[in-house]
Ligand binder design. Structure first.
Ligand SMILES: CC(C)(COP(=O)(O)OP(=O)(O)OC[C@H]1O[C@@H](n2cnc3c(N)ncnc32)[C@H](O)[C@@H]1OP(=O)(O)O)[C@@H](O)C(=O)NCCC(=O)NCCS
Length: 167
């Protein structure tokens, strides 16, 4: 079973191993490095995730960092609306770990922060992420047609906005 925890310095190698995969990076923001070097990993663990607002955690399986999940609040009038993002190493896909991580993080953010709304923008072809969000109680709010341009994916992609509101 996985858990969500703070990053440790020793995570750099396993984080890099799982992150350095074009199939993991494919539908993430293009700020996610691909290839993902050990230096990228050391930077993310020591500096990068701390520089972001919100909370950004390792997904841990038996002591190994196999992925990442994070939530970032908006600013000013959007400050109660937090964006959530995640990835898991491909060796560990389709074992229910995404469901465990996202359910846990959703509950944690709603109970421990001011977040009223959690949302995730998902690129049209990323069916795994859409199904995961639905399974965790997120609803499709709308589709931003052709809002993203990815040459590597053949051009314009739609962005599907999923959200869950704290009741
Ligand atoms: C999205 C991601 C985190 C899913 O993680 P996971 O651990 O495989 O998810 P789970 O095993 O908990 O599966 C959750 C649901 O999604 C479904 N699912 C998983 N992969 C799928 C796929 N490729 N196509 C369709 N459904 C899929 C599962 O079957 C399950 O639904 P079910 O219970 O109805 O069968 C993982 O694919 C990933 O890291 N992708 C790359 C990074 C990424 O795209 N992040 C999201 C950016 S918005």
């Amino acid at each position: 079973m996985i858990s969500i925890r703070e990053y440790k310095e020793q995570d750099a190698e396993s984080n890099q191993k799982h992150a350095n995969n074009p199939n993991v990076a494919r539908y993430l923001f293009q700020s996610f490095p691909s290839p993902y070097t050990l230096n990228d990993s050391i930077w993310w663990i020591s500096v990068g995730h701390k520089a972001l607002r919100g909370m950004h955690r390792a997904i841990d399986l038996d002591g190994e960092c196999i992925g990442s999940i994070g939530a970032t609040p908006g600013v000013m009038e959007d400050r109660f609306s937090w964006e959530i993002g995640y990835w898991i190493g491909q060796d560990h896909w389709k074992k229910g770990y995404g469901f465990n991580a996202l359910s846990h993080m959703t509950d944690y953010v709603f109970h421990n922060t001011n977040a009223r709304r959690l949302f995730a923008p998902v690129l049209g072809p990323n069916k795994a992420s859409m199904r995961l969000l639905e399974k965790c109680g997120y609803n499709l709010e709308g589709v931003h047609e052709c809002s993203v341009f990815r040459e590597s994916e053949g051009g314009f992609l739609d962005e599907h906005i999923f959200a869950r509101i704290k009741q």
